[in-house]
Design a protein around this ligand. Sequence first.
Ligand code: SF4
Length: 183
Amino acid sequence: MLKVNEIFYSLQGEGRNAGLPAAFIRLSGCDRACSWCDTKDHVFGVDLEEERIVHAVLEYPTRCAVLTGGEPTVQPIDTLFMTLKAAGFWIAIETNGDNLLTLPFDWITVSPKAPFFTQRTGDELKLVYLNEDVERYIDENPNFAHYYLQPCSGRNIPETVAYVKNHPRWKLSLQWQKQIFIK
Ligand code: SF4
């Protein structure tokens, strides 16, 4: 049983997989309280059995699922992962990296909210840019395939573009879903 905020079908708007049609499973709750968090409304949720969650996403034409939050690792996600896998899904997770992942996700996005975090490998490290020097995140975490900087709620796009241009190990991640007014 997991506390689920929402399940919906959309396009990934961020990072390397931008444009990918996927079923989003947004779990409730997070153990941090970032001031810029755009998921404050996502603390609420309903308890759903894992089989019901998978039944819901099987209604969509995709077999790509994104487990997100909130912070999905604050809940026991093993059974959901295995049930999705048994149904043939490619599974991505978006996590703040506070908790070590023990499941073989197909795509791991770590968005740390402080320099010290636990999950230090993955497919992409995606940082919200707060107009600070962030080169240490790459130097101290070489085991990611991609490094993305994302403006903070769209407020500092020029500064983020300038930083990426001056520090080209990073790539720009825009929240495309907000630019084109989709969920
Ligand atoms: S870690 Fe993510 S979900 Fe949690 S408060 Fe921060 S931005 Fe929001």
